[in-house]
Design a protein around this ligand. Structure first.
Ligand SMILES: NC(=O)C1=CN([C@@H]2O[C@H](COP(=O)(O)OP(=O)(O)OC[C@H]3O[C@@H](n4cnc5c(N)ncnc54)[C@H](OP(=O)(O)O)[C@@H]3O)[C@@H](O)[C@H]2O)C=CC1
Ligand SMILES: CC(=O)N[C@@H](CCC(=O)OP(=O)(O)O)C(=O)O
Length: 328
């Protein structure tokens, strides 16, 4: 299937599927946490959303039919189901019939070179890469914060790729999807819990690759008894950097990189930071908390795990893929 070079102007499609002049979108996994968030945000875009019969939402034939009739399919599924859906679309392409473009919210394809990484703020060409890609993977919630902080510092030569990075993070319980939401809201979950202590969290490969690290970072996630919100924090001994730098220098690098972004910004650092202040938004705030006399700094990223960490990022990517303006 040839999708051309996009981004596609509204109502003009090369595969002949035009519905009321609008691109058609199918969310596979629409009833899940991320799917619902995307469904709600899609009201802000001029697209026609097609929904599957809830009774048949796990029926492979029904899903295939929905995919064949859509211009863009958003996968909001566990990894295995995402892989299955992507295989169905590959088969449609191989057969030469209509086949949709794909945006995947799972972890399945985030380091797959055939998929564009859906973090438009990552570099000057990334938005264009997403706009023209046939397959886009939506970033993980924790990687969104970690990559936003680390990548500019590595590229600026302040952080050596083999720097022994440690990433601490806390997420609201919605990060664990429907199962964890039910555990916290029906049964009452722990107030605070470290996890991933096998040190093999599924987000580590993605962080390593897109931050530009050659040494695998230590990643210590945790979850708190609040629904939405996230802080990713990275402690640094400034004397260990690749070049002499103060907190202000680190801040200047980040401020320069994100100066043109309406979603990601560098904020003033205080001495406390609450995790859920950006819940319900699609924004991300970066901070450099530094004590130059002690030559120490902590980098933080604050976001909503369901906003810029999932559904908000997906809406940015959908808009880019369909050539539409991102909702404010
Ligand atoms: N929650 C978050 O903060 C984030 C989640 N993600 C990713 O998004 C994806 C979805 O996660 P999330 O929304 O939290 O998970 P949920 O468990 O809330 O939702 C998953 C949805 O997929 C459905 N589903 C499961 N298997 C199949 C199948 N074989 N065919 C069709 N539908 C199926 C589920 O139905 P049912 O409930 O009936 O089983 C459910 O509606 C995951 O890959 C996750 O890693 C990404 C970033 C952040
Ligand atoms: C609190 C919690 O459990 N968070 C999830 C991450 C959220 C998620 O599933 O996101 P991705 O799709 O980006 O991997 C976890 O650590 O597995």
């Amino acid at each position: 299937m040839d999708y051309g070079t996009g981004p596609y102007p509204l109502g003009v499609r090369e595969n002949g599927r035009i519905m009321d002049g609008q691109a058609t979108v199918f969310i596979d996994g629409e009833a899940g946490t991320t799917g619902l968030g995307i469904r709600q945000r899609l009201h802000a875009l001029p697209v026609a959303v097609r929904s599957i019969d809830p009774e048949r939402r796990k029926d492979a034939d029904a899903r295939r039919e929905m995919m064949e009739s859509a211009d863009l399919v958003v996968l909001c599924l566990p990894d295995a189901a995402s892989r299955e859906a992507a295989s169905m679309v590959a088969a449609m392409e191989a057969a030469g019939g209509p086949a949709p473009r794909l945006l995947d919210a799972s972890t399945a394809f985030r380091v797959d070179p055939d998929w564009a990484y859906g973090f438009p703020e990552m570099g000057a060409d990334q938005a264009a890469a997403i706009a023209t890609a046939r397959r886009v993977s939506n970033p993980g919630c924790y990687p969104t914060g970690a990559i936003a902080l680390l990548r500019p510092l590595v590229r600026a030569g302040l952080l050596a790729p083999d720097f022994p990075v440690t990433i601490n993070a806390v997420s609201g319980y919605s990060g664990g999807g429907r199962t964890m939401i039910e555990a916290h809201e029906r049964e009452g979950g722990p107030a605070f819990e470290l996890y991933g202590l096998g040190l093999d969290h599924k987000h580590v490969p993605e962080i390593t690759r897109y931050a530009g690290l050659s040494r695998t970072p230590l990643f210590v996630p945790s979850v708190g008894h609040f629904p939405q919100g996230m802080i990713v924090s990275i402690p640094l001994h400034l004397d260990m950097l690749a070049a002499p730098a103060t907190g202000a220098d680190l801040r200047a690098v980040l401020a320069d990189v994100y100066a043109g972004s309406d979603r990601v910004g560098v904020a003033e650092a205080g001495t406390t930071l609450d995790a859920d202040a950006l819940a319900g938004t699609d924004l991300m705030e970066l901070r450099v908390h530094a004590n130059d006399a002690r030559r120490q700094a902590v980098l933080t990223a604050r976001l909503d795990n369901l906003g810029k960490g999932a559904s908000g990022a997906a809406i940015q990517n959908i808009a880019l893929m369909l050539g539409l303006a991102s909702p404010a």
